[in-house]
Design a protein around this ligand. Structure first.
Ligand code: MN
Ligand code: MN
Length: 494
């Protein structure tokens, strides 16, 4: 027991702070590095980013957005293997794969065989997809609902009781594509997953573990609550009046029948509008910073390259990262290698297998994906000395992975030295860190697939995020500008 003196203080010496309490990330805050001009640019860039956040939310929408940006900025569309016109240094072209991948290219002074600088980011985000047979009626509650299947690693409970927008497309058997976009317009309805009221959650929900607060099969969204009108009094009452009313509306509005939902990609994305966060408006809250922020800053920085870069600069955006980078539109697809071969041919390099191997091997890549910043409520998951801090600039990770670096491509020390050099020369704020504590968990992104299939050097480099994979992720405006600077510096570097 402590002996208190008259002033209420203990006689015991104050405890030495623990090692962990002494550890902090000592990288400088961007706001201490940026000059006045850069601070102004930070605010301008943040304002500009909002348009992307509001309108480009899924891989399809982001592909459409990227094509528009490419066209507006003088990039010419080329198709792999078609109309092979020679490309000269300074020329700008772009490639598209299945409305879900775009690669924008600025031809450099050097031969692509010697070196080229590639940035890869992903444009898919965690969300909910409608199931192939989504619509049903709940007789007890007189409601029509859609069943969903979540996409990517989400905390399922976070997606209930918020507005959700429905976007995507339905393809009819004759090939007609019907775009769907419900919720973006303020006059549109939105959708939502109903959660249970606290008054009655004691037995059915309160004792569940976090991943099961809402289960996968409980992520059902409200689709309608009016029965179909029966004008013919002699006709038999339909069994599912609420479901049929929803189908009637879908048919009137889009000309589809229920079976058409089986050839559709319909995504429910967060309907929470992007807003500045904090009294100083230093942060932006929105869905899809992962990996919209790296895709956007990457494309923005490629467009802003001054003159002809020394190395051919390629900005490519991929789909399906959140589910493992698989499939013909994921980073593991052969498409990007076909693109590299096509650039090689168009820039006059003889088309041999050896030349393709050299082109791929001599690629230097930034795997542009967001990283985790210390969450003030849960700092214990990080090693504070090696953890990213919001506002201290782009995160550079030598490796990702889990446990003993499993699943990581682990960049060479020589490549890390090059990155430090080009960023220090241009005073780009950056922080070289790790995701979390060694045994705490882990993650990874597209880096390893390029290291393996290209045999190239890859470093992870992206913006710090808080609330990752939630319907309302947080980034710092200074980190957006730092990321932009870092990507531009990389594209322009020798
Ligand atoms: Mn990501
Ligand atoms: Mn992610």
């Amino acid at each position: 027991m402590n002996n208190f003196n008259t002033e209420g203080k203990t006689d015991e010496k104050p405890k030495e702070p623990s090692l962990e309490d002494k550890l902090v990330n000592k990288f400088k805050h961007c706001w201490e590095i940026f000059n006045d001009e850069q601070k102004k640019e930070t605010l301008k860039l943040a304002d500009e980013y909002f348009d992307f956040l509001k309108n480009a939310r899924t891989e399809r929408e982001r592909t459409t957005w990227a094509i528009k940006k490419a066209e507006e900025n003088g990039f010419k569309r080329v198709e792999i293997g078609k109309n092979i016109n020679p490309l000269n240094p300074g020329e700008k072209v772009y490639y598209v794969n299945r409305e879900k991948n775009v690669a924008m290219v600025v031809i450099g002074e050097k031969s692509i065989l010697d070196k080229n600088h590639l940035i890869g980011a992903h444009i898919d985000t965690p969300r909910l997809d409608l199931k192939m047979r989504p619509l049903y009626e709940d007789g007890k509650s007189s409601l029509a609902l859609f069943k969903t299947h979540y996409y990517g690693g989400i905390k399922k409970y976070q997606w209930a009781t918020i507005p959700l927008h429905l976007t995507g497309l339905i393809v009819k058997k004759d090939g007609t594509k019907i775009p769907i976009d419900i919720g973006k317009n303020p006059d549109d309805p939105v959708f939502t997953i109903p959660d249970i009221l606290p008054h009655l959650s004691k037995n059915v929900q309160n004792k569940r573990k976090m991943p099961e607060v809402l289960k996968g099969e409980e992520l059902n969204i409200l689709a309608g609550a009016l029965p179909i009108e029966n004008n013919d009094k002699d006709a038999k009452e339909p069994k599912e009046k609420f479901k049929i009313n929803v189908l009637k509306i879908l048919n009137e509005k889009y000309g589809i029948i229920e079976a058409d939902l089986q050839s559709a990609e319909l995504n429910l994305v967060s309907g929470l509008p992007p807003r500045y966060v904090g009294l100083d408006k230093s942060m932006i809250g929105a869905a899809g910073h992962d990996d919209g922020v790296c895709s956007w800053t990457g494309i923005r920085s490629l467009i802003d390259i001054k003159g002809t870069p020394k190395n051919t600069a390629i900005m490519s955006i991929f789909d399906k990262e959140e589910i493992g980078s698989n499939g013909n539109t994921g980073a593991q697809s052969a498409w990007i290698r076909f693109v590299m071969n096509d650039i090689m041919v168009r820039t006059g390099v003889p088309e041999t297998l050896t030349n393709l191997h050299l082109t791929l091997t001599n690629t230097l890549m930034l795997s542009a994906d967001v990283g985790s910043a210390i969450n003030p409520i849960f700092p214990s998951v990080h090693d504070p000395l090696n953890a990213a801090v919001l506002g201290k600039g782009i995160i550079i990770e030598k490796h990702t992975g889990a446990g003993g670096k499993y699943g990581s491509s682990d960049a060479l020390a020589e490549v890390m030295a090059y990155i430090r050099k080009i960023y220090d020369e241009k005073t780009v704020p950056y922080q070289i860190v790790e995701l979390g504590k060694v045994d705490e968990g882990g993650g990874g992104t597209i880096a390893r697939y390029f290291a393996e299939s290209f045999n190239c050097d890859v470093v992870d480099a992206g913006t710090p995020v808080i609330n990752m994979h939630s319907p309302y992720e947080i980034v710092h405006i200074a980190d957006i500008y730092s990321t932009y600077l870092a990507y531009k510096t990389f594209f322009e570097a020798d």
